[in-house]
Design a protein around this ligand. Structure first.
Ligand SMILES: O=P(O)(O)OC[C@H]1O[C@H](OP(=O)(O)OP(=O)(O)O)[C@H](O)[C@@H]1O
Ligand SMILES: [Mg+2]
Length: 165
């Protein structure tokens, strides 16, 4: 499945920190969470920020990969969720799943199946996957590719006029 996007939405570290904090604010009114599950790798950064703001100390990761650069493939689980966190959820404890974004929703669906009943939060959401997420901050159109700060560098850009300086 190839899905190259037309538009780009580059996100700086500052912006990502602000948006992840906004997510934490939105989650504060939703009761205490006992554990956070970060969907690695993209979910690790927002999960750390949210866990810091909500004072959650039990942090787990699940490693899911489905894209090679912008090409989507099968969802593959490279590291499952620990028994400890699965037990917390089965015993009725509130578990918060965090990812950087939901695009088609395939990753979210796979992780939701592992943790039914958990609360799913992302910083960004595209329309196709929005239904899979309980809480998000910013919606981005389906034909936009979000570039995260860990995938970017500072680089020269040509003037809008098309000149060279
Ligand atoms: O809603 P979907 O269409 O499933 O896409 C969203 C997922 O894709 C990206 O992860 P990716 O598989 O690229 O791995 P990464 O987090 O290691 O970058 C992103 O971090 C989400 O986890
Ligand atoms: Mg990911």
């Amino acid at each position: 499945m190839n899905n190259p996007a037309d538009k780009s939405f580059p996100v700086t570290w500052d912006q990502f920190h602000r948006d992840s904090r906004a997510l934490a604010w939105r989650l504060t009114g939703m009761g205490g969470f006992e554990a956070v599950v970060a969907i690695a790798r993209g979910g690790l950064v927002p999960a750390a920020i949210v866990a810091r703001e909500l004072n959650i100390r039990v942090i787990e990761s699940v490693s899911v990969k489905s894209y090679d650069h912008q090409s989507q493939g099968q969802v593959r689980v490279l590291k499952p969720i620990s028994e400890q966190v699965l037990e917390i959820s089965k015993a009725g404890g509130r578990v918060l799943i965090v990812d950087d974004l939901v695009d088609t929703g395939a990753t979210a669906r796979a992780v939701r199946d592992m943790l039914p009943g958990a609360h799913f939060a992302t910083v960004y959401a595209k329309p196709k996957g929005r239904e899979m997420v309980d809480t998000f901050i910013t919606e981005v159109s389906q034909d936009t590719w979000i570039f995260f700060p860990w995938d970017l560098d500072v680089a020269y850009v040509a003037p809008i006029s098309g000149g060279t300086d």
